[in-house]
Ligand binder design. Structure first.
Ligand code: AMP
Length: 209
């Protein structure tokens, strides 16, 4: 199964994808995670995208499409995947059409106020990338990952100024994809508000229909 997760930043795409990976055995491909790894490792790509990401803007389409092409050509993803955070523009969606046939696009609907609360409280493990939230999904020990004891940090783009830029960018560049995929009959819209297990249940129901 080849799925795209669509929705504003903070819609819970990464959290639900991580849970769905355990249930469906599909690899979770997050372009945000791939870019963050490049930044952390100081690769040429990482150096190019570091400042763009910190500001909340979008990495240019050519670089992003190249990254996804490369990742989707690897063996471990031959049978299917969940693409989280890609495509984010119409040109990216057009490029993806030439690389792979997508089965469904799952659109997570969440209001702006909720998104802002989720992003500003999000914390991420520096070593394994597991996502927490200071109120909704706290770790057992403050600031420490339950899985591997790594330090939790706030992403640069989860700071207030960048959150606004990301929401504006989402409305302008990414939201048009809802219509685009709707017209192709691929769109499944689910309510993204609630506990992760609840949203996961809605997702499972939607893809079984
Ligand atoms: P995410 O973790 O999906 O919120 O992505 C974090 C950041 O990575 C975004 O704010 C962008 O700067 C960059 N990024 C991730 N995916 C894309 C994409 N498909 N197109 C352009 N930039 C992206």
């Amino acid at each position: 199964m080849k799925l795209i997760f669509l929705g504003p930043p903070g819609a819970g795409k990464g959290t639900i994808a991580d849970l769905a990976v355990e249930k469906l055995g599909l690899p979770h491909i997050s372009t945000g995670d791939l870019f963050r790894a490049a930044v952390k490792n100081g690769t040429p790509l990482g150096l190019k995208v570091k400042d763009i990401m910190a500001s909340g803007g979008l990495v240019p389409d050519e670089l992003t499409i190249e990254l996804v092409k490369e990742r989707l050509s690897q063996k471990d993803v031959a049978k299917g995947w969940i693409l989280d955070g890609f495509p984010r523009t119409i040109p990216q969606a057009e490029a993806l059409e030439k690389i792979a046939a997508v089965d469904s696009v799952v659109n997570f609907e969440v209001a702006d106020e909720i998104v802002v609360g989720r992003l500003s409280g999000r914390r991420v493990c520096k070593s394994c990338g597991k996502i927490y939230h200071v109120k909704n999904m706290p770790p057992k020990k403050d600031g420490v990952c339950d899985v591997d004891g790594g330090a939790l940090y706030t992403r640069d783009d989860d700071k207030a100024e960048a959150i606004q830029v990301r929401l504006d960018t989402y409305r302008k560049s990414t939201e048009p994809l809802i219509d685009w995929y709707g017209k192709k009959g691929k769109l499944l819209t689910i309510d993204g508000v609630g506990a992760p297990a609840e949203v996961l249940g809605r997702f499972e129901k939607a893809i079984k229909k």
